[in-house]
Design a protein around this ligand. Structure first.
Ligand SMILES: [Zn+2]
Length: 126
């Protein structure tokens, strides 16, 4: 017995198809709309987090701060798990947030710098 993925009603299988997942077109539409909305919501959340990180990093650069404790970044609401680029060089982890690059160590973020846009991670060889 198959239940509707949207409302949980029992689906009466009939006709050629025996794999119906929804009791009605309306339930099918509701289900897929919600899936799309949550994917779009996820996308927007990540973009907002990147934007927030970028604002913090560019503000630090604008006042000449090139190195800061991870703990202070956490207090500023920095999202450590989102970035637009990552390179591992000489056993050090360099991250990029759009055109800003930084070295991330467990206790600090340092070497904050703007990078020429043509050098940004997209299309760059490691
Ligand atoms: Zn249904």
């Amino acid at each position: 017995m198959q239940h509707c993925l949207e409302c949980g009603s029992v689906i009466f299988q009939y006709g050629g198809r025996k794999d119906r997942k929804f009791c009605s077109a309306s339930c099918k539409n509701k289900y897929w709309n919600r899936q799309t909305n949550s994917r779009q919501g996820y996308h927007l959340k990540i973009i907002a987090q990147l934007d927030h990180n970028y604002k913090i990093l560019s503000r630090l650069l604008s006042i000449g701060v090139l190195s800061i404790k991870s703990e202070d970044m956490r207090l500023l609401g920095f999202h450590f798990d989102v970035m637009t680029g990552h390179h591992r060089r000489m056993k050090r982890d360099w991250y990029e947030c759009f055109d800003i690059r930084y070295l991330q160590m467990p206790s600090r973020i340092s070497n904050l710098q703007y990078i020429p846009v043509e050098d940004a991670a997209v299309g760059q060889k490691p």
